[in-house]
Design a protein around this ligand. Structure first.
Ligand code: HEM
Length: 542
């Protein structure tokens, strides 16, 4: 009896199991067939789509996309297929623009349809839900409101009001480099974050190990890691992957945790500024203005909090990385540093260091800066944009929803435009506004941009002027104050692969450089500048 029961039960179980298995197999087969029915045709190239490498059914060109240094692969493809390349990432249509002409025509002239962002499930749903982060917002009212709030800091009189801060923080940074030159890399990073902290929140980040500075860079690193290509499955190309059981999708909880940390950090900065406002001891700052006008802005509390965070994110690593690239360029091109030093010496002598009022009179230094943007543009493949309606360019059809990259690397390394594009030659900018060889399309007023390192379209970086002011002030002060040399035991590696980290923004990893003060006189000026800067910066202390 007992055996009978057991047999019966076992038999029932096996029958049940067989049934379940049959069901699972049938369901999987059905799901797979449905996927094939949808994904095989969807992965074919549309008619009249721009040329590109042949792909595989379902995947398209997905398997050919490198996880790192995508811009170099795009550069290789444009040599083979021309300045407008079409790719398929599963069902997604992707177009890469590699010359300024299509970028000018599509991004700048037709900016109303080329300024959106593609869906980013991880960014928009897991890390930053509730439409708080400008980076992920599609073109539309939310993006417009966030951009308006961010731009309030970055135009007209507001930009002018930041200059004394940039100057004082730069003086502090030169002093820090003089005291601990082996930490020059961190001092420049601190500079970039500290300026935004003060301008936006009225709060100070006086040292690199201040929790506001280290906390911010730690969160940025976690954000960059989870956002890096290959860190998460391709859920935007294959949305069914979102529904795979959560034990296989550790990335989801990781992304949510990064988002929670980020939000807590920005909330703490925001609350601190509010508390200081309530006590009546706020240093003048942009968040105060935003809070006072928050009724009119129509932004939610979280969006307001994130406007501050966005400015911190967008303005810190970008400015710092360009300053790191400046040091890299100087230690690898001593003849350029010599010329830069002569220019600042002729203007300032040795009893004052260059400051904001000098930067308009430093054409060679400006040429160095523009050459850095060309030589090693940050975000070298350009952030992805999304086309919001069907369009045609040069006989090619670009369907609505196409993801478009303006590959800054190719635009600025075009051999038909630039003489020896791989080389660092600031002089190319002295006689030609666009840095191109004679005979190029260098006519004023043709809407060509001098640099594409800040993007293009209605999405173009609104912080260019603030960023350039930071770079010019610091580069001029550094060239004036320090001799910069490569470490003979560790010469700089200038290969493009080595000079880009694989983070979201992509400046170089830390590298050794020897910075020494040029004379006792220079040292005394740096000490005096530092004392004056401390006086000015005191108001931002807690
Ligand atoms: C100094 C070097 C900088 C570089 C190279 C740089 C580069 C860029 C690039 C490539 C974009 C994307 C443009 C696109 O989507 O096509 C961007 C967007 C943005 N940048 Fe900058 N940036 C810099 C500094 C700054 C600064 C100092 C701020 C403000 C504090 C800032 C604020 C922003 C904002 C708010 C956006 C988002 C714009 C939008 O989506 O509408 N940037 N930047």
């Amino acid at each position: 009896m007992a055996f009978g029961h057991i047999f019966f039960a076992t038999n029932m179980m096996l029958t049940g199991l067989a049934y379940v298995w049959k069901f699972v197999v049938a369901a999987l087969a059905f799901a797979f067939a449905s996927l094939l029915v949808y994904y095989v045709p969807a992965s074919r190239r549309p008619r009249n789509f721009p040329p590109g490498p042949p792909g595989l059914p379902v995947l398209g060109n997905l398997h050919q996309m490198p996880v790192k240094k995508l811009f170099l692969k795009f550069h290789e493809w444009q040599k083979q297929y021309g300045p407008v390349v079409g790719l398929k990432l599963g069902p997604l249509n992707v177009v890469v623009l590699s010359n300024y002409k299509p970028v000018r025509e599509l991004y700048d002239k037709r900016g109303n349809i080329y300024s959106s962002r593609p869906d980013h499930y991880v960014g928009n749903n897991l890390i930053c839900p509730n439409e708080v982060h400008i980076l992920f917002q599609p073109y539309g009212p939310t993006w417009r409101a966030l951009r308006k709030a961010a731009v309030g800091l970055l135009n007209g009189p507001s930009i002018e009001s930041i200059i004394p801060l940039q100057q004082a923080e730069s003086s502090q940074t030169m002093y820090d480099i003089m005291q601990t030159p082996e930490q020059w890399f961190e001092h420049l990073r601190r500079y970039a974050a500290a300026v935004v902290l003060e301008a936006v929140y009225g709060q100070r980040g006086a040292t690199y190990d201040d929790p506001k500075i280290t906390g911010f860079f730690e969160i940025e690193m976690a954000f960059a890691e989870i956002m890096a290509a290959g860190a998460t499955p391709p859920v935007d190309a294959f949305p069914f992957l979102k529904h795979i059981a959560s034990f296989l999708t550790h990335y989801k909880s990781l992304a949510v945790a990064v988002g929670n940390k980020q939000k807590a950090f920005y909330n703490a900065l925001f609350d601190n500024t509010k508390a200081r406002m309530n006590r009546g001891d706020t240093a003048p700052c942009y968040m105060q203005k935003l809070l006072e006008g928050s009724q009119q802005s129509g932004l939610s509390h979280d969006q307001l909090v994130y406007v501050g965070g966005i400015l911190l994110e967008a303005g810190s690593e970008t400015s710092a990385s360009n300053l790191h690239l400046f040091v890299l360029a100087m230690i690898s091109h001593p003849e350029v540093l010599k010329k830069a030093q002569k220019e600042v010496d002729d203007l300032c002598g040795d009893s004052v260091s260059p400051s904001a009022r000098h930067i308009k009179d430093l054409p060679y230094m400006r040429a160095i800066m523009t050459e850095i943007f060309r030589w090693r543009p940050l975000a070298p493949e350009g952030p992805p944009h999304m086309l919001t309606q069907d369009d045609w360019y040069d006989g090619y059809f670009l369907p609505k929803g196409t993801i478009v990259f303006a590959n800054t690397w190719s635009i600025h390394h075009d051999e038909s435009e630039y003489d020896k594009p791989a080389d660092f030659i600031p002089e190319r900018w002295l006689n030609n506004k666009f840095g191109t060889t004679a005979g190029g399309d260098t006519v004023d007023g043709d809407n060509r941009r001098v640099t594409y390192a800040f993007g293009a379209s209605r999405r173009v970086c609104p912080g260019q002027e603030m960023g350039e002011n930071s770079l010019m002030i610091n580069m001029a002060k550094m060239a004036w104050a320090f001799d910069m040399k490569a470490d003979p035991d560790s010469p700089p590696d200038l290969d493009a692969r080595a000079t880009y980290s694989d983070s979201f923004v992509g400046g170089p990893h830390a590298f050794p450089a020897i910075l020494t003060v040029r004379s006792q006189k220079h040292r005394e000026v740096l000490e005096r500048d530092h004392r004056e800067a401390q006086e000015f910066l005191r108001r931002y202390e807690d």
